[in-house]
Design a protein around this ligand. Structure first.
Ligand code: SAM
Length: 246
């Protein structure tokens, strides 16, 4: 079971996402466990203040370290938690990072708001600062959802069919090939004939080629990494040609 504890000033934000679909099923089946912890519950003043003005001046407010660190201490009820703080200046989160995280089973996820969190929380009380992309969100709650959903779906048993993960985008630095379902002819738009050939090797070759074309067209950053797949395609082609000739 993977445990996720979320530190946030908006715990209600997480109610509906965990009541739907595969995440709900994973919670019901105890594949994942989720707990939200309200940072405001760890403030010491009557106004439950979590933010203050930045030293040195500047726009906006900064989240105070004290309530967050007290919440972290409360959440760390056993050893082994990875403490992740979400921030646009963090290390970029991607499928490779998700796989690395999926090897762990206990996370405390800290969601920032305002202009971010006092730097000492990241420096002295967390393991990693993570960004979910090069854009700025209002808060870390969306980032926590992205992190949980991506890591959880790699957990054994999360998806009914573990093969689904193997064929997905970013596996082998590829993007997923086009998928089709019934009807074969939708308003004159037909499904590629190869998919009806019944020849699984040919279908595999077609899919690999489609995946590689998508990477070439859309994701030059993945291209270098995907070069190894050219060799895989060559291998499949040779095998198919050999099969056809035979
Ligand atoms: N002033 C900060 C900056 O320029 O880097 C942005 C703070 S943002 C408005 C407030 C919070 O949203 C952050 O503390 C972080 O938790 C979350 N956040 C915003 N963008 C994010 C991103 N790309 N990845 C992860 N978390 C993000």
């Amino acid at each position: 079971m993977i445990k996720f504890k979320i530190l946030t000033i908006f715990p209600r934000y997480f109610i509906s996402p965990f009541m739907e679909g595969l995440l709900k099923r994973a919670i019901d089946n105890r594949i994942i466990m989720l707990e939200t912890i309200d940072i405001r519950g760890f403030t010491k003043d009557k106004h439950k203040t979590v933010d203050d003005t930045p030293y040195g001046g500047g726009a906006g407010m900064v989240m105070k370290p004290d309530p967050i660190v007290s919440a972290l201490e409360y959440a760390s009820d056993e050893k082994g938690y990875s403490i992740i703080v979400f921030s646009p200046k963090g290390k970029k989160f991607d499928q490779i990072a998700a796989k690395r995280f999926a090897m762990h089973d206990k996370f405390i996820l800290v969601c920032g708001r305002y202009e971010g969190i006092d730097e000492r929380v990241m420096e002295f009380y967390s393991d990693e600062e993570i960004s979910i992309g090069d854009y700025v969100l209002n808060g870390g709650e969306v980032s926590a959802l992205v992190f949980i959903e991506t890591v959880a779906r790699l957990a054994p048993g999360f998806l009914g069919n573990d093969q689904s993960v193997v064929d997905e985008s970013f596996e082998n630095n590829l993007l997923e090939y086009p998928q089709y379902t019934r009807p074969r002819d939708f308003r004159g738009h037909t499904v590629p004939d190869v998919l009806f050939s019944g020849n699984h090797e040919l279908i595999r070759e077609w899919r690999l080629k489609q995946s590689m074309n998508l990477v070439k067209e859309r994701r030059s950053d993945l291209l270098e990494l995907a070069k190894n797949n050219e060799q895989a395609l060559d291998g499949v082609k040779k095998k198919n040609n050999g099969g056809n000739n035979g």
